[in-house]
Design a protein around this ligand. Structure first.
Ligand SMILES: CC(C)(COP(=O)(O)OP(=O)(O)OC[C@H]1O[C@@H](n2cnc3c(N)ncnc32)[C@H](O)[C@@H]1OP(=O)(O)O)[C@@H](O)C(=O)NCCC(=O)NCCS
Length: 190
């Protein structure tokens, strides 16, 4: 059994254009506005629409606690120059298997600029190099190919489909699975 690593404080990760940093309570209004767009709820599993008052504050406080316990880590995706909040990205960690699932959402006005791909690259690097994980996975709905592209552009390999794995509203939907191993990532990052 591998002991959970407490992630406290959550480190800041910088990329060319982005600053990934811990979420703060002051982010709550922007989180509610951006995550509250129906297009975000439509292709994610745990974001409701309409997005109720108080949920963003509750979620932000909970994420800090989860990181302290070591079962996950969530970053705000913000502009490196202007500090504008764009979205969020996370790892849900299973220490027993030394792997994590990557998840993310980006505010609709910022789609299509490569931001999530850039953020995911930094988070995957952190997962392997700082946390020492062996594998990172991610899953998307078949009707969300943009998310699949983010996975592909980060060297994740298609691993198959979990048929009718989730229920959204009144229908079952498939999940498309991607994964990358530490050795594959390391080969591309000597
Ligand atoms: C999925 C999501 C995070 C992508 O964010 P983004 O910052 O726009 O992603 P990027 O710009 O880094 O990359 C998107 C890629 O998808 C491609 N894409 C966009 N729409 C597409 C479509 N309908 N079909 C195929 N590819 C598409 C883009 O062209 C780009 O690929 P390219 O660089 O090869 O051209 C964003 O759309 C989102 O937050 N969606 C709602 C929440 C969600 O679905 N989260 C993921 C759950 S698995």
């Amino acid at each position: 059994m591998v002991a959970a690593l407490s992630i406290d404080p959550i480190p800041v990760l910088e990329t060319d254009r982005l600053r990934l940093r811990p979420l703060e309570l002051a982010d709550a209004p922007a989180v509610q506005r951006l995550a509250g767009h129906p297009a975000i709820a439509d292709t994610t599993l745990n974001i409701p629409h309409p997005y109720p008052d108080g949920l963003a504050e509750q979620w932000i406080a909970g994420r800090a606690e989860v990181a302290r316990g070591g079962s996950g880590v969530t970053w705000a995706i913000a502009d490196r120059a202007t500090a504008e909040l764009y979205g969020a990205i996370s790892l849900a960690i299973t220490w027993q298997h030394v792997h994590a699932e990557l998840g993310y959402w980006l505010g609709v006005p910022y789609w299509g600029r490569g931001y999530t791909t850039e953020a995911a690259a930094a988070v995957i690097a952190y997962a392997f190099s700082a946390l020492g994980l062996n594998r990172v996975v991610a899953r998307h709905l078949p009707r969300n190919p943009a998310s699949g592209r983010v996975m592909q552009k980060n060297g994740m390999r298609y691993e198959g489909v979990q048929r009718q794995h989730i229920r959204k509203g009144d229908r079952f939907e498939d999940l498309v699975c991607y994964g990358v191993l530490r050795e594959e990532w390391a080969a591309g990052h000597p």
